[in-house]
Design a protein. Structure first.
Ligand SMILES: [Zn+2]
Length: 430
């Protein structure tokens, strides 16, 4: 609702600004004369003003975020040796009572939701807490950059970030923002959409009533959008979060994946292709709006493949990488950031070794390789232009069993919703 109000205010302001201009224009003498004398109006009826179409005012509420910090306020240099924290989230559980209790899903799946995800309410509390503790969102792509020396050798370097005084940089990433089919049965939202108001909304189906509606309250993207609109000092240069996307069930809730797995003579193919073409057209304006409002995109591999597994050989990694570029990169644009599925490092270890899979991925343009870990570890590789970095994971496992590690961001005791989560224990002394 807030964005609608902002828009109405903006519209009102724009109209107020246009009215004097319109009044001047109607005098027909370059806007120099005063209002015609009343007598003139009595003698001859005023000409019917020519209706001129009122242009939609181009006031974007996000401008206030983008321009909140002026350059002269960014006086704190955050050097290469100071950590840039990174938190990542899976899709939020919109209906926790349903997901944890009422959905007919196997126990193991239910526990997986508890392990790896947070609820909408927990997410909102986490965002409020990191904001209260002085973190500011930064664009992951601004943290490192590639430099080439006089011998033509390129390496990554950690940049010095210029921040407002008292703020600490934070990257947020959202994994698997694909709205997988299985999640739609478990109390999650189902896609991102562009509202008539120009803002991002989420489509959601109430699992109890079957009613489908648009919401900004049950999905991480519009929740973060609105939080940043209300707290513009939480964002450096308009940064929001980065999406880590697979491709096998399309992106952002749109089934944009291709049909190379369907036989050429399969009768289902024309319908699939028509649906795919429509989905591609439908997702484009959403991607455009997200990019315009500080969101960025990285790869999570096309097939969510386990890069650490021996079963996933180099040829598989190559096929997968090409497919991501064709089906996802073609829509969201190129990226140099790869988020390892399952946090699994290629070739067993990407820190001490640079194996064949890593080399291939680097040759395809990836420079920043993100895993999952227990702190803000990052390491610039010496033998190849690449940086590896870890992310922390607010979720059921860490809320229950790793409170101390996250105290710099929030107190798990204040966040975890034990009234709705399954009874799986916790130890807040850890
Ligand atoms: Zn994933």
């Amino acid at each position: 609702m807030r964005t609608k109000i902002n828009r109405l205010l903006a519209l009102g302001l724009a109209l107020a600004l246009m009215l004097p201009l319109a009044a001047c224009k109607s005098t027909g003498d370059g806007g120099q004369s005063q209002t015609p004398a009343p007598s003139q109006n009595e003698e001859q009826p005023a000409a019917t003003p020519t209706p001129t179409p009122t242009p939609e005012p181009e006031v974007d509420p996000y401008d206030a975020v983008r321009n909140y910090w002026s350059e002269d306020q960014l006086t704190q240099a955050w050097g290469p040796d100071q950590p840039v924290e990174h938190l990542f989230f899976h899709p939020l559980i919109a209906y926790p009572q349903f997901a944890f209790h009422d959905a007919s899903i196997p126990e193991s799946q239910r526990n997986g939701l508890d392990d790896w995800m947070v609820t909408v309410d927990e997410f909102k509390k986490i965002i409020q807490s990191v904001y209260d503790k002085g973190y500011i969102l930064v664009n992951m792509g601004d943290v490192w950059s590639e430099v080439t020396d006089e011998n033509g050798v390129s390496r990554m370097q950690r940049n010095t970030l210029m921040l407002p005084e008292g703020k600490k940089p934070l990257i947020i990433s959202f994994d698997d923002v694909n709205y997988y089919e299985y999640m739609l049965e478990e109390g999650f939202t189902s896609k991102l959409v562009l509202g008539d108001d120009g803002q991002i909304w989420a489509e959601c189906t109430d699992p109890y009533t079957g009613e489908t509606f648009l919401t900004q309250d049950l999905d991480a993207t519009p929740i973060l959008d609105n939080f940043v609109l209300e707290h513009p000092d939480f964002s450096l240069n308009g940064a929001k979060a980065i999406y880590s996307l697979t491709g096998y069930e399309g992106i952002l809730g749109y089934r944009t994946q291709n049909d190379i797995d369907i036989a050429a003579d399969d009768p289902a193919r024309p319908a699939f292709d028509a649906k795919r073409a429509a989905e591609i057209e439908a997702v484009k304006p959403i991607i455009a709006r997200l990019k315009e409002t500080g969101w960025t995109f990285g790869s999570h591999t096309w097939g969510h493949i386990n890069l650490g597994s021996d079963k996933v050989d180099l040829a598989w990694v190559q096929r997968d990488t090409v497919r991501w570029a064709e089906e996802v990169g073609s829509l969201v644009g190129p990226t140099n950031i790869l988020f390892y599925p399952h946090g699994a490092r290629p070739d067993g270890d990407d820190w001490h070794n640079t194996g064949a899979k890593f080399q291939y991925l680097q040759s395809q343009g990836f420079r920043i390789f993100a895993s999952v870990g227990i702190n803000a570890f990052s390491y610039i590789k010496k033998d190849i232009s690449a940086v590896i970095c870890d992310r922390l994971h607010p979720d059921g496992t860490t809320l229950r069993w790793a409170r101390s590690r996250y105290l710099q961001f929030y107190d798990a005791q204040d966040i975890i919703d034990l009234t709705v989560r399954p009874d799986l224990g916790y130890d807040f002394s850890k």
